[in-house]
Write a protein that binds this ligand. Sequence first.
Ligand SMILES: [Zn+2]
Length: 329
Amino acid sequence: MGEDVEALKRRRPLIEYLRQHNWKGSPVGRFEFVGLCPLHEETQPSFYVNTRKDVFYCHGCGQGGDLIRFIQLSRHLSFRQSLACLDPQTSPAADSAAVLEQAAAFYQQQLDRYPEALRYLSKRGLQDPALIKALEIGYAPGGSLRRHLTAQGYSFDLLQQLGLLNVNGSDALFQRIVFPLRQDEHIVNLYGRSIGAALAHRFLPGTKGGLYAWEKVRHCPEVILVEGLFDYAVLLQAGVPNVTCSLGTHLNADQIRQLCDGERTVYLTFDVDANQSGQLAAEQLACRLRARGIVARRVLLPQGHDPNSFFVEGADARQFQSLVEASLP
Ligand SMILES: [Zn+2]
């Protein structure tokens, strides 16, 4: 039994459990966090969590102990009942949004330290630090995410489950520019764009969510839809505000529903590549949208361009606007 308890506790670090129950702690040292005590009413934080020892202590009410003790006190359960709460089969799904939030913040902090990442952004036309910050763009240099998140009390198992780490514990988004994808304020996924040719771009497992930054454009009568986040970023930078991104030419059901949730005109601005795949996808999507009563038009960029390369090669918002005006049904 004793060994089982230890194994159970290793799977569920105390701080992870607290965070899932909306406890907010600020770091006060490498392995210590302080916040308001969940066990008694207070206005000044006196509840300390030590992530290395995996224990808490409250200077206000004098309670302290491990996770099981905390569950006993907070839920008025016996030791045995508290253990049952922690059974991995019955425990609630981990609060993945909180972990993704931490991972995204960590990657954001790394960006400025890696000139190769900034060079890549600049090559893709993104130089404005305010925009880079607004889009929460980060960089995964590789190797350090695991240490950072486990020091905060997140378990290796959880990080692997979320796809942040590979089986060998290294960053899944290694050497990629990272965009957090939000839905209703919560991060639902991270998109990683390789800065070299060797690695493919990728998402973490799970949904890519709805349209990118949809809440900013959902009330616009005219919306420009692009397929890539670098397309989105340069359009925004050029001063085109009513743009959203589907992260690929294949839209999921949520994204279709969003585009069709009211009367609007959608300007499909997909890549114009030699094999015509972008335009073919745009034509098919236009048909689907029209069937649902949406006005869909295709914006034709010059041959071989996507919106990103169009702007990187010097186009401006006015030139883009004239393409929008010349769009095809
Ligand atoms: Zn207390």
